[in-house]
Design a protein around this ligand. Structure first.
Ligand code: ZN
Ligand code: ZN
Length: 350
C-alpha cells in the first residue's frame, strides 16, 4: 500500500516527502500506524551516506512506537488498537545459533539481521524503509508490546534503540546491587545507561569531559560524576569498577578507563568511532585479567524485557519533540550534541 514517508534520495540531498510502498499484510504481519519515531545517530550516518553500503532512497528511523491498525491471520499476540514498538531489526534467519538463543542482532545467516531501514528485502534485494513514515508492516516476532501510559509514548520511542543498546550489555555483564558501574558519555545512549544502571541497583558513576554536565548526570541518577579530563578525579577510582559502559563514539584513550577496572572487570564499547581509538595497552589487561568488549543493540526477547522493566520503573528517555520537516536541522544539532538527550519526531506532522 502507498505510504507517506520522508526520504533522502541521495547522500547529498536533504530529507523530503516521498511515497513508499508497504507490502500486503501477510499471515504473520502486524500493520502499525506510527505515532512517534526517535532520531538515532545511525539515521544521520545513513541518510547522509556516511556508512558503507547505504541504499537510496533511504527512509531512516528505528525507534518506532505506534498503534496496531491490522493483523494477519496467524497473529495471536497483537490486536488492532494495541500500542507496540519496533526497533532496529525486522527479520533475521531464525535458524542459526544466535537466532535460536534470541540474539537476532548477531544473526549468522547469509544476510545477518534485516535492518528496519537499509536492510535486505526478501527476494528483491532492495531496501527496507524505516520509521520516518506513516505506517510500517512487520512480522509479529519483531514487534514489541508497550505497556507505558499513553502520555509517555513519545519518550518510550528511544528505548527501542538507545534503551536496549545500553540494557543488553548492562544485563549481560551482571549490573545489579553491590556492583560499581561506570557510564562514559552522557548523550542519547549514556543518559539511558545511567537511568537503567541506577534502576538495576548498581552504584553508578558517570564520566564526562565537561564540568557543565555534572549536575545533569546526577539528575539522571548517577551517584557520582567524574570529569575524565581531571587525572586526580580519575585516579581516585583506580581498580574499583566491576563494569564500564563506554558510549563515546569519538576516538579516545581507552587505557585511562581500563585502569579503573577491578581485576576481571570489563569495559564494553557500544559506539563505533569514525577514526579508530588508539590501540589499548596490553599490560593493564594482562595485569588484572581485564577485558575490553563490544555489544550490539539487543535481541527481541531482551528488548521486551527492557520495555517491561522500564514500564514498571517508570523509565523513559529525556526527549525533545520535533516536526518531521525539521529533521535536517535536528541532525545538525545532534552533530553539535545540542539535544537533551534524544529528538523524537511527532509523526502527526508528516
Ligand atoms: Zn539506533
Ligand atoms: Zn540467524
Amino acid at each position: 500500500m502507498p505510504t507517506k514517508a520522508y526520504a533522502a534520495q541521495s547522500a547529498t540531498t536533504p530529507l523530503a516527502p516521498f511515497t513508499i510502498e508497504r507490502r500486503d499484510t501477510g499471515a504473520q504481519d502486524v500493520v502499525i500506524d506510527i505515532l512517534y519515531c526517535g532520531v538515532c545517530h545511525s539515521d544521520l550516518h545513513t541518510a547522509r551516506g556516511e556508512w558503507h553500503g547505504v541504499r537510496f532512497p533511504s527512509v531512516p528511523g528505528h525507534e518506532i512506537v505506534g498503534r496496531v491498525r491490522a493483523v494477519g491471520d496467524k497473529v495471536g499476540r497483537f490486536a488492532p488498537g494495541d500500542i507496540v514498538g519496533v526497533g532496529c531489526m525486522v527479520d533475521s534467519c531464525r535458524e542459526c545459533a544466535s537466532c535460536n538463543e534470541g540474539l537476532e542482532q548477531y544473526c549468522e545467516g547469509p544476510h545477518s539481521f534485516q535492518g528496519t531501514y537499509n536492510g535486505w528485502n526478501d527476494g528483491s534485494g532492495e531496501n527496507t524503509y524505516g520509521g520516518y513514515s506513516a505506517s510500517i508492516t512487520v512480522d509479529q516476532h519483531f514487534v514489541l508490546k508497550v505497556n507505558h501510559p499513553e502520555e509517555s509514548l513519545a519518550a518510550v520511542a528511544p528505548l527501542l534503540c538507545a534503551g536496549v543498546t545500553t540494557w543488553s550489555p548492562l544485563r549481560h555483564w551482571g549490573t545489579g546491587p553491590g556492583k560499581k558501574v561506570g557510564v562514559v558519555g552522557i548523550g542519547g545512549l549514556g543518559h539511558m545507561g545511567i537511568k537503567l544502571a541506577r534502576a538495576l541497583g548498581a552504584h553508578v558513576v558517570a564520566f564526562t569531559t565537561s564540568t557543565s554536565k555534572v549536575e545533569a548526570a546526577k539528575a539522571l541518577g548517577a551517584h557520582e560524576v567524574v570529569v575524565s579530563r581531571n587525572p586526580e578525579e580519575m585516579a581516585a577510582h583506580a581498580r574499583s569498577f566491576d563494569f564500564i559502559l563506554n558510549t563515546v563514539a569519538a576516538s579516545h584513550d581507552l587505557d585511562a578507563f581500563v585502569a579503573l577496572l577491578k581485576r576481571d572487570g570489563t569495559m564494553t564499547l557500544v559506539g563505533v568511532p569514525e577514526t579508530a581509538h588508539p590501540s589499548p595497552s596490553v599490560g593493564p589487561l594482562i595485569f588484572g585479567r581485564r577485558a575490553i568488549a563490544g555489544s550490539l543493540i539487543g535481541g527481541i526477547a531482551e528488548t521486551q524485557e527492557m520495555l517491561d522493566f522500564c514500564a514498571e520503573h517508570n523509565i523513559t528517555s529525556d526527549i525533545e519533540m520535533i516536526a518531521m520537516a525539521d529533521i535536517d536541522h535536528a541532525y545538525d544539532r545532534m552533530l553539535r550534541s545540542d539535544v537533551k538527550y534524544r529528538f523524537v519526531i511527532d509523526m502527526a506532522t508528516l
